[in-house]
Design a protein around this ligand. Sequence first.
Ligand code: GLN
Length: 273
Amino acid sequence: MKLPEARAGAARRLAAAGIEGAARDADRILAAVLVVEPGRLRLLDRALTAEELAGLDQGLAARAARQPVAQIVGFRDFYAHRFRVTRDTLDPRPETEVLVQAALDLPWNSVLDMGTGTGAILISLLAARRGAVGLGTDISGAALDVARDNAQIIGVTAGFVLADWYEGVTGRFDLIVSNPPYIALSEMAELAPDVREWEPHGALTDGADGLSAYHAIAAGARDHLNPGGHVLVEIGPAQGSAVSILFAGAGAETRVISDLDGRDRVVLARFPA
Ligand code: GLN
């Protein structure tokens, strides 16, 4: 089968399975099988090998079963780099790039990323600010293995430790960042099956009201920040005031930052010197 035909068939198959954005997902899967960029697919006209067809079939079947494309192809492009993604890590979201950009607008030379997952935030920051030092933590050892791999592949040096929030984290940092689990347990049912059934629950929900991670982060911030240090946390769009109030209560000046869709997405907290 020639490529244009395989490409159209792949899109049709995902559309028939009810996948939103079927053509785009089919292209990402086909491109990964052929090891080319999706934008180059329409330039190719060769026949697919039996092995490529089998790989495509397997990828499409997984997507039809709602597995996220990033898990199927094994990577996600985030900010300026390509990150390895597995079932043990949250798939880095484009809206999280707002947090990275906000962090790069601040002065800092040391950064702590709690719940680093793929390492996308920490590694993006350290790649953009050469000479800075960083530590990534996670409660999942499997996620930390992925983060370590990503750091090595991208060529960034960072420390990675297994830790439950600040437990076992020593030293002080200029900046603390986190995209913690912030979905309330009661809201998990509303998530798309792609997220709910395939992404690690511990990266999505705190199993409570969605705010417990912020309580933990705010409570230890002063003890782990250098004077005048900042905290940047990703939030759900409805959590801006609750999270601001929480950090203000811990002694910080706060500001809410929106994502490109205009939704509240990040809280910046500055702890005065
Ligand atoms: N933004 C993710 C989602 O909506 C949630 C990630 C998180 O809880 N940190 O699926």
